[in-house]
Ligand binder design. Structure first.
Ligand code: BG6
Length: 480
């Protein structure tokens, strides 16, 4: 399906647009997935002309993509789709100028991608409406985080909902566009093997780790007000948890999948009162080393307050109060400036009921999302030789090798194409976002009311000691 469309990128000179969206659109163009007619209009306050924007876009595309994928002819053809429009998106009058610039071509989808701070979502939506740019053909894309609390998320959702119906609102969580994340659904729902053991009774606990070596880069002023809970856990990690825990949807479509996910979010056991101290850990990195390079403490990063108490690491013991998962903890952790970049989900099964051998480890299903994509099952096997010496071995499915002839799509490529084609399966519905905030809010409030500075951890480590204690005092361990 190839659809004629105007893609308007608000925040067109920002990090997200230049690092992710424009390179993703370049790839879609290169893969011939964009209708000849698709135009991309980058919008920002910066008063620059189209040539200057093209220079900026080219530089970023070259930096982001595999070097051999940059072809001069391809870039030339792609750049003809690009346009730049300078305006102040808080000024209603400016949208009249924008509407005039766009003209009124018949039958084109119009995508308004808000790659801006959330405080601009409301004014942009209402200004689009008043300029006649929010009609039937228009869709709006919102980047996470949607607000910074349940209350602000409700306000944003309400304001956007007054202009656009839910079916034309696309809330992006780019983790849902990652190949392995979608593979999780294939693994669970296309293989009969797992369903009977995918439950308490067979599963001891689940770990979800999203560790980054990156710091806050140029995003200090945003991050220092957000922190790891709002930036990562409220959205990406909870989405992963939903995909692990949800029931099989009736159909593979937006309504069924999102309906099942929201049931999980609503079943998350609230963490309130003393539980906030017992079941959560906040950390902040101090100076350390990553890959042999010195790294400064978080509070020295650009645009970060010198006595900032924002968490750059968070670990939580979550529990799901439903029949399938009663008694199975989900340990979630994410942090910046950690030892190694890795995102993985570990399903740890229970010990056999009666152990015949001296050494026995439990089975583990390890789903690695990045940097490499793989799924492996840890089984026990007899080591060659005399006696019953058991060792863990891995049954490995390396997805990059299994599909080596196919280029792996970046999450944003898939998601941008879905918006153009009107498929909202991999986007967050309003009630999902609100249910996630509803669970996160009491934790944030608990951190405020029983104030404690974030626990320091040296850059290049696995987070503060307290995060190990969180899992170890129950006789478990973060995997590797
Ligand atoms: C973004 C966060 O949503 O995800 C960033 O705002 C984080 O702080 C990024 O670095 C991580 O994404 P990925 O795809 O690199 O794991």
């Amino acid at each position: 399906m190839s659809i004629s469309c105007d893609m308007l990128v608000f925040g067109g000179t920002g990090d997200l647009a230049l690092h992710k969206l424009i390179p993703a659109l370049y790839y879609l163009h290169r893969e011939k997935r964009l209708h000849d007619d698709v135009r991309i209009l980058a919008i920002a306050r910066q008063d620059i002309d189209l040539d200057a924007y093209l220079t900026l876009a080219e530089r970023h595309i070259r930096a982001q993509i595999t070097p051999s994928d940059f072809e001069a002819d391809m870039w030339k053809a792609f750049s003809q789709r690009l346009d730049y429009f300078s305006m102040d998106a808080t000024q209603r009058g400016e949208f009249v100028r924008l509407a005039h610039h766009l003209g009124q071509p018949e039958g084109r989808v119009r995508v308004h991608y808000l790659a801006t701070a959330p405080n601009l979502f409301e004014p942009i939506a209402s200004n689009l409406e008043s300029a006649g740019l929010a009609g039937e053909e228009a869709r709006i894309v919102l980047e996470k985080p949607i607000g910074h609390s349940l209350e602000s998320a409700l306000e944003i959702n309400e304001a956007i909902g007054n202009v656009f119906p839910e079916s034309r609102i696309y809330r992006i969580d780019h983790y849902l566009g990652k190949e392995t994340v979608q593979n999780l659904m294939a693994l669970r729902f296309a293989n009969a093997l797992f369903e009977p053991i995918w439950r308490s009774g067979q599963i001891d606990h689940v770990q979800i780790t999203v560790a980054e070596t990156l710091g806050v880069e140029e995003r200090g002023s945003y991050y220092d007000h957000a922190g790891a809970m709002r930036d990562m856990l409220q959205n990406h990690l909870l989405q992963l948890l939903c995909l692990v825990a949800m029931e099989a949807p009736v159909r593979f479509d937006a309504k069924s999948i999102r309906g099942e996910k929201v049931k999980i979010l609503e079943a998350l056991k609230p963490i309130t009162g003393n539980d906030v101290q017992d079941k959560t850990v906040r950390g902040q990195y101090v100076a350390g080393q990553i890959g042999g390079n010195d790294v400064q403490a978080y509070y020295f990063e650009k645009d970060v307050d010198n006595d900032s108490d924002t968490e750059t690491f968070v670990a939580v013991k979550a529990e799901i109060d439903n029949w399938r998962w009663a008694g199975v903890p989900f340990y979630l952790r994410t942090g910046k400036r950690m030892a190694k970049k890795r995102s993985e989900i570990i399903i740890t099964f229970k010990q056999v009921p009666h152990m015949l051998f001296t050494k026995g480890e439990v089975n583990r299903l390890v789903i690695r999302l990045q940097p490499e994509e793989s799924i492996s099952l840890q089984l026990m096997a007899k080591a060659p030789g005399k006696g019953m010496q058991l060792e863990p071995v891995e049954l490995d499915l390396n997805l990059a090798h299994a599909f080596s002839s196919t280029r792996r799509w970046e999450a944003y490529e898939r998601l941008l194409l879905d918006v153009i084609e009107g498929d909202s399966t991999l986007f967050m519905r309003r009630d999902e976002v609100e249910a996630a905030w509803n669970w996160v809010d009491p934790i944030l409030r608990g951190w405020q009311s029983h104030y404690r500075k974030p626990r320091p951890y040296p850059a290049g480590t696995d987070g503060p000691d307290q995060a190990h204690q969180l899992i170890e005092h129950q006789g478990r361990k973060w995997w590797r």
